[in-house]
Design a protein around this ligand. Structure first.
Ligand code: AMP
Ligand code: MG
Length: 352
């Protein structure tokens, strides 16, 4: 593996974009290089989706398994027709309603997209992001950009440029620092190849949102119950993911009971000499006294939790924590996506 690329790190203000930098980044994309850029979900590691050699560099930099297909990002809805064989009416409606935004649609692909991107599947994942830097880069390069999350495979996705430099310095050509991402979790992936849309990965656009427009929306049963006998339809969902160095235990059930059990276990692990940390919420912080705690956010404002989640996991690693005891959240709205990520990060789940 090549480990000695010179990585240029540049700051761009999304509200006052320096187009000279965007031009330079687009030039890198057009020459087959790699550029990390912010999106409204997490940071993405981008390359020209139509250049196989460039796409290879993404897999190499991330250490991503070849059988995990990539999302292709576009800047205008019409660009979808260059990449997709048939766009069903339902997909047109979702594009109209939720693009630009954190929604990725799985659709039958055209030949132009190589097997490298789609891991040999006859479908492709397409998204039109809302982040202004992301869109400016795609527009300027005049290419669809393949971009998975800009982390080493398996680690928590990056929500700040510092997370990206931690993982990918020396492995990509450019990193655009556009500040903290907004949602903090990857896009919703919805399979549009059958008549009922099916969510393969929950995200910022919820099943309720989709059903609100199309009348129905199913979930891949593997979303919450990972592992065991349920094989996810989305190849990426079968991998352990979002894992900090520390072991994560997830406590599901009533918030107060969970806090009680977490307090007990904290004392147990600490007495065993393990550096222990608690992921709490605004509603439960008070239960933990002066124990080592990071507050994920407010249960009544799920966006505060989603935007902080991956940063909390990384912060515990920076603190040298061995074991993270995390509360769960209610499985509704954005909570479904938060629980999905926590479930995948966790080595153990305890029902209280
Ligand atoms: P990432 O870009 O790292 O956020 O991951 C992209 C996600 O989309 C992974 O979970 C992939 O497995 C999923 N994905 C991409 N293409 C397809 C496809 N054609 N069918 C099903 N899932 C896909
Ligand atoms: Mg990822």
């Amino acid at each position: 593996m090549e480990d000695s690329i010179k990585t240029k790190v540049v700051k761009v203000d999304p509200e006052n974009i320096d187009y000279n930098i965007i031009k330079e980044a687009a030039d890198i994309i057009n020459k087959g290089g790699t550029v990390v850029f912010p999106t409204e979900t997490v940071y993405g590691l981008g390359a020209d989706a139509l250049n196989e050699n460039a796409v290879d560099k993404i897999f190499e930099a991330k250490g991503r398994p070849q059988d995990n297909p990539l999302i292709v990002h576009i800047a205008e809805v019409e660009e979808m027709y260059d990449l997709i064989r048939e766009v069903p009416e339902n997909a047109k409606i979702l594009a109209e309603r939720f693009w630009p935004g954190p929604l990725t649609m799985i659709l039958y692909k055209k030949e132009i997209l190589s097997d490298k991107i789609t891991a040999g599947l006859n479908t492709a994942a397409i998204r039109l992001p809302v982040n202004k830097i992301a869109r400016a880069l795609i527009m300027e390069s005049k290419k669809p950009i393949a971009a998975p999350s800009a982390n080493i495979s398996g680690k928590p996705s990056p929500t700040e440029a510092s997370h990206v430099t931690e993982d990918l310095m020396g492995k990509v050509d450019m990193i655009i620092d556009g500040g903290s991402t907004y949602i903090g979790l990857e896009s919703t992936v919805v399979d549009m190849t059958s008549s009922t849309p099916m969510i393969l990965r929950p995200g910022g656009i919820t099943g309720e949102d989709i059903a609100g427009v199309l009348g129905e929306c199913a979930y891949d049963p593997a979303i919450i119950k990972s592992g065991e006998k349920t094989i996810p339809k989305s190849p990426g969902q079968k991998y352990r993911h979002y894992s900090p160095k520390a072991k994560v235990i997830l406590y599901k059930g009533d918030m107060v009971n969970a806090a009680e059990k977490i307090n007990e276990d904290y004392d147990k692990f600490t007495s065993q000499g393990l550096n222990t940390g608690i992921m709490s919420t605004a509603q439960t912080e008070k239960f933990y006294g002066n124990k080592t705690t990071i507050c994920m956010g407010d249960r009544t404002k799920m966006l505060t939790i989603s935007s902080n989640l991956f940063r909390c996991l990384r912060d515990f690693d920076h603190m040298g924590i061995d074991i993270i005891l995390s509360e769960a959240v209610d499985e509704k709205g954005l909570g479904k996506a938060i629980l999905n990520r926590l479930g995948k990060a966790a080595g153990e789940v305890i029902e209280v």
